[in-house]
Structure formats: structure tokens, C-alpha cells
Design a protein. Structure first.
Length: 206
């Protein structure tokens, strides 16, 4: 998993509440177990007409938001079913940070596991950042995870809170497997000891 330290990027405004995981990635695209290739279908029903043509009024079909790495939304982002394909699709599109007043719990947990930073801020602050985002490419936001601040285009800093352990994992690019591998020497030592001490057990080989 890629570490998240500091990100300066285009932010896309999505002034919608209750964006569920089926809007983020519709169920018909969940057949894959790969984490790549889903970005093209991110917000599929919002981005495309029935014939597959782009809807020009949707923000991610517009310049410069096709290259957005930050998404700003309203309340209850990621509600609905618990599909992990939702953060996969966001990440594959290029989104590394989602800012909203609050998130559905399972989606919130899944974002951290996939290297996406979810930031909770009051609705009025999200609306302020959306105003910045609407200014386009020259109004980029900077997310400094170590300092826990968002820097607006005018230089103002907005502080956000994050669980210290989850912050540590993002800063170091550690998912569940990465956390386990940190203990690899201890695991190897334990397994070697078991092989020596219990070589008499069926299935134990030296």
C-alpha cells in the first residue's frame, strides 16, 4: 500500500449527501477480485448515459476534475452495502482523500485499509472547501497528514482529527498484511521453535 504523507492536488466538489456504495461502484462491476480497473466505472450511473456516453454535467467528466485526487462531499458518504470495491474504485481513479462531514462506518474503515485518507469536517467547512475546488486547477488543496492540516489556496490552514494508530498506518503505507509482516522475525522464530519442540506431531516438519 502506498504511504500517505503530503498531497497537493485538484479537489472535485460533489455536493451530495448519502452517496452510497452502489453509486460509487454499481453491483454489476463487483465480479472482479482485482483492485485495478474499476476507476473507469467509478460513479458509473452518474458519469454515463445508458449508451455509455459521458454526462458533461458530472464533475469528474469535466476539466480539471478528471485528474482530481481529492473528493469533497456531504453527509453519510459511503453508506449502503459494505463492498470494499468502493474504495478500490476511488483509488483506481486516483482519489487519495475524501472530505465529508461524516462517513458510513464500514466504508470509513475500508478507506484506511486501502490507503485513502477520509477526513471528517463540519458541513460549513466542507462547503467552504467546495468553493475553493470550484475555482479549478489553480486552486489546489494541500493535505499534510503529519501536521493534520488542510491548506487552502489562500494559505489558511484547517486542522482535522484522526486516530493516531490509523495515522501511523497511512504514513507508513501499512495495510493489514503490512502490519503482520512487521512481526515477520518473531513469527519465523516461533515457527522454527515449534518445529524443533513438536517435531513428533503429525504435520510438523523440520
Amino acid at each position: 500500500m502506498d504511504a500517505f504523507t503530503t498531497l497537493t492536488a485538484i479537489a472535485a466538489p460533489l455536493p451530495m449527501a448519502n452517496v452510497d456504495t452502489d453509486k460509487i461502484i454499481p453491483a454489476r462491476f463487483l465480479k472482479t477480485i482485482k483492485r485495478t480497473g474499476l476507476g473507469v466505472n467509478l460513479f458509473d450511473t452518474l458519469r454515463y448515459d445508458a449508451d455509455g456516453s459521458e454526462r458533461p454535467d458530472f464533475v469528474l467528466n469535466q476539466e480539471p476534475y478528471r485528474r482530481a485526487q481529492i473528493l469533497i462531499a456531504h453527509e453519510n458518504f459511503g453508506c449502503g452495502s459494505s463492498r470494499e470495491h468502493a474504495p478500490w474504485a476511488l483509488l483506481d481513479f486516483g482519489i487519495r482523500c475524501v472530505i465529508a462531514p461524516d462517513f458510513a462506518d464500514i466504508f470509513h474503515n475500508n478507506t484506511f485499509k486501502n490507503g485513502i485518507l477520509p477526513i471528517r469536517l463540519p458541513r460549513e467547512v466542507c462547503d467552504l472547501l467546495m468553493q475553493d475546488a470550484r475555482l479549478g486547477e489553480n486552486a489546489r488543496l494541500t493535505i499534510d497528514l503529519e501536521a493534520q492540516v488542510i491548506v487552502r489556496p489562500n494559505g489558511e490552514s484547517i486542522r482535522f482529527e484522526i486516530d493516531p494508530f490509523r495515522k501511523h498506518l497511512l504514513l507508513n503505507g501499512l495495510d493489514d498484511i503490512g502490519q503482520t509482516l512487521q512481526h515477520a522475525p518473531a513469527i519465523d522464530s516461533y515457527e522454527a521453535r515449534q518445529r524443533q519442540e513438536k517435531s513428533w506431531q503429525p504435520g510438523i516438519t523440520i
